[in-house]
Design a protein around this ligand. Structure first.
Ligand code: AKG
Ligand code: FE2
Length: 333
């Protein structure tokens, strides 16, 4: 694993002030970051009036890294209060809500934020904190184990194009890992093999309801897709029954895994930094750590964004059932 620096987009003080005042106004008007149709409309209108400078900071990923870090937002460590011991108690008022709204605004500039009825109560901005009892899970709530590199919500055809991870607190400098498909070297033969729909990707442990879905069989999906401007990937080995494939496929899959490990970078987010990952180009994960459970634990805010008009995925995804899960879009598209 390398520690090559991720491309950084430094927000200028004027843009930071523009964002802060927008988030403050919305919080003053609604008293919460909990999404209502009226709040979302307010967010859309506000984001639509942002400066060109802010918009430019939010332009699409423009390097082979497939990601960037927005730097410069300020987080008042005292004001956000203790790290909750689980997403459910994170609350949606005060300084934490200000961060939720800032992410929601940024997400709206980049595309259309999405939420899942089946995850974190349908919130548009999730709280990622270590939770007692989940230490070894393959979800954001874990800590003691490596969270293996994955495409976010890989099981679903409506998954995000962009994943945003905003750091509230990270005293122990615990790194998110990121590996971009455009940095890997694979033979044409392997790419061809992995572009065949051979295996399903099953719903992850954050989706209890989807895991109980039995109406239709899990669809086999390609891990790689040769899109117009380069290869994209859909990859989640922890939820893929790789041993069901033949030896040729398994070997190619393992080589993809090894290549992703080789090009993986560590991004240790500091408070106020927002990692933006292109979910079609980059798989992300997290190194293991020891949770503190004393109110000072690592705390990230997460938003998922769809970018209208993208053509980076196989058209056949349109026929997938998505295990009965539906993504809610923040804004009419
Ligand atoms: O904790 C992290 O750095 C990443 C966790 C993760 O995979 C996610 O929030 O989607
Ligand atoms: Fe994730």
């Amino acid at each position: 694993m390398g520690s090559a620096a991720a491309p950084v987009r430094q927000l200028d003080p004027h843009t930071v002030a523009e964002l802060r005042s927008a988030a403050e106004k919305i919080l003053a008007a609604f008293g919460t970051s909990a999404a209502s149709p009226a709040l979302l409309e307010h967010v859309a209108r506000t984001a639509g009036a942002f400066s060109d400078t802010l918009r430019h900071h939010c332009r699409p990923v423009d390097t082979d890294d497939g990601l960037f870090v927005l730097r410069g937002l300020d987080v008042d460590d005292e004001a956000v209060g203790p790290t909750p011991e689980g997403w459910a108690t994170a609350g949606d008022s005060g300084a934490g809500a200000l961060y939720d709204l800032t992410l929601l605004l940024l997400a709206t500039v980049m595309g259309n934020p999405i939420a899942w009825e089946g995850q974190q109560d349908g919130r548009f901005v999730h709280n990622i904190v270590p939770a007692p009892g989940h230490e070894t899970a393959q979800t954001g709530a874990s800590s003691a184990v490596l969270l293996s590199p994955h495409t976010e919500d890989a099981f679903h055809p409506g998954r995000a194009h962009l994943l945003m991870l905003g750091c509230v607190r990270n005293h122990d400098h615990i790194a998110t890992t990121a590996a971009g498909i455009r940095k890997t070297r694979l033979s044409d033969q392997d790419i061809e093999t992995l572009a065949r729909p051979v295996l399903p990707i099953l719903p992850d442990d954050a989706y209890a309801e989807a895991q109980g879905y039995t109406d239709q069989l899990p669809p086999a999906v390609p891990a790689l897709f040769p899109a117009e401007d380069g290869t994209t990937l859909r990859f989640d080995p922890a939820y893929t029954p790789v041993d069901r494939a033949d030896a040729t496929y398994r070997a190619a899959y393992r080589r993809l895994e090894a290549e992703l490990a080789r090009v993986s970078v560590s991004v240790s987010l500091a408070p106020g930094e927002v990692l933006v990952v292109d979910n079609d180009l980059v798989v992300h994960g997290r190194v293991p750590f020891r949770a503190r459970y004393d109110g000072t634990d690592r705390w990230l805010k997460r938003a998922s964004v769809r970018v209208p008009g993208r053509r980076t995925r196989p058209p056949a995804e349109a026929d997938e059932h998505g295990y009965g899960q539906a993504a809610l879009e923040a804004h009419a598209s």
